[in-house]
Design a protein. Sequence first.
Length: 101
Amino acid sequence: MGQRLDLHYILEDKLGSTNVYFQPPESVKLQYPCIIYERIIDNVEYADNYPYKKRRLYSIKVIDRNPDSIIPDKVGEIPYSSTDTSYTKNNLNHYIFNIYY
């Protein structure tokens, strides 16, 4: 769990607030701008049939009302991050990243 919390604090730093949510339930009222992230899968590399390297893949969603937000640029600076897609829904801009952490 320590690794996920490390990522959580990095995301809070990039956002500049504590509006960072890990797999929030539907009942949580989001404050914008915010970041929502969830664990997707573990990537395990093997040598001689033994796991020697394991990284977790997280999906990171930056949501902001501002279409010119600099927050996605800041999240894109995190090592091992890649842009997945972006879209607008309900006048909110969504930027999706995949990050191995």
